[in-house]
Design a protein around this ligand. Structure first.
Ligand code: GDP
Ligand code: CA
Length: 333
């Protein structure tokens, strides 16, 4: 049975994976012949908030694949009220700028109950997925907390330049607009990949880096000891899809993240940042948008097989076609 592994962040990774599952269903109508998909999800954005374990990217992937996502927003559940969050804010507790809907809060309550009862994050995720049946195996990158923090390079409110703040505070409270000097993965030294992560990468035919944030989504996953090496050594083809089109992050603030680590916001620069597996990087292939076709020759010269195809995930059909292009390109290298 062929196997595919995707290393995903939140919205970009979730939408791509939904297109991938649709494309696989179209190509393999018989479920018995359909490749199995494992999604290794970034947990660097996770936090304890109001006594609850919140896992933004895991939940975005789970809701998106399970048909329970707020499509407009890209995260949370449709038509949920913010009444509970408003009550918590009225007590002056928590993060007033980080609103959680009340249906979403139920997920965090159940997860936190499981974790307090001794379950690992993988086990808790499996329980949550029994309800959502996402059609893929969702694995956290690690069962140990590895939380991304941002080193500020300017003062902001009660924070001084040089302070370390949680990634979600920089992202949501400051819309990534406070200059930063770097990212740190707190807890990463002692962390190990969650059960099944290394096996999935090693036993896959294709590993896909979807158009997720290359710094704070895919970069965070690759920072967990052992995962980058698994990509370097797997017999799978590793194909990536650029999250940058025409020199801009399509949605979100990936440009601020790339600037912080000194990488230009371009499909070429991000492809070279990941690098060719032939020279210690993680890619066999890198898809760029048609408007970035000029990046193909320099990528090929750097040992990364490349082609220019439409990368906009406009609707289910264009997203499935993009996933199909990634599979077809992987089959050619
Ligand atoms: P997050 O955790 O919710 O920020 O989501 P991800 O890290 O998975 O994905 C965010 C990235 O998706 C952003 O950096 C965007 O550049 C990228 N992205 C969003 N929509 C599209 C799209 O339609 N096409 C492509 N190629 N990239 C996209
Ligand atoms: Ca995220």
């Amino acid at each position: 049975m062929p196997r595919i592994t995707v290393l995903a962040g939140g919205v970009g990774g979730a939408r791509f994976t939904r297109g991938l599952l649709a494309e696989l269903e179209r190509r393999h109508p018989d479920p018995a012949e359909r490749p199995e998909v494992t999604v290794v999800v970034n947990t660097g954005d996770d936090m304890w908030l109001n006594g609850l374990r919140v896992c933004p990217d895991l939940d975005t992937v789970m809701y998106t694949l399970g048909g329970g996502i707020d499509e407009g927003q890209g995260w949370g559940r449709p038509e949920e009220s913010k009444r509970t969050s408003a009550e918590i804010a009225a007590y002056g507790r928590g993060w007033p700028w980080f609103t959680l809907g009340d249906l979403d809060l139920a997920t965090h309550i159940v997860r936190s109950e499981l974790l307090r009862g001794g379950a690992t994050l993988s086990e808790a995720t499996e329980v949550l997925c029994r309800r959502w049946t996402p059609g893929a195996c969702l694995l956290p990158m690690s069962d140990q907390p590895v939380e991304t923090h941002v080193r500020l390079a300017a003062d902001a409110d009660e924070h001084r330049s040089g302070d370390l703040v949680h990634f979600e505070e920089w992202w949501v409270r400051y819309r990534a607009s406070v200059p930063a000097s770097g990212f740190e993965q707190l807890g990463v030294e002692g962390a190990t990949p969650a059960p099944g992560v290394l096996e999935a990468i090693a036993q896959s035919d294709v590993v896909i880096l979807p158009p997720s944030n290359p710094v704070v989504s895919v970069g965070t996953i690759l920072g967990v000891p052992g995962i980058r090496d698994a990509l370097v050594t797997t017999s799978a083809r590793v194909v990536g899809v650029s999250p940058i089109i025409g020199g801009a992050a399509v949605r979100g603030m990936a440009d601020q993240c790339l600037r912080t680590i000194g990488v230009e916001t371009s499909a070429l620069a991000v492809g070279l940042h990941y690098g060719s597996r032939a020279t210690g990087g993680v890619l066999d292939a890198w898809l760029v948008d048609e408007t970035d076709a000029a990046a193909v020759p320099p990528l090929e010269a750097a040992g990364v097989s490349s082609s220019a195809v439409p990368l906009w995930m406009r609707d289910p059909a264009s997203t499935a076609a993009l996933a199909g292009a990634a599979l077809d390109h992987a089959a050619r290298v």
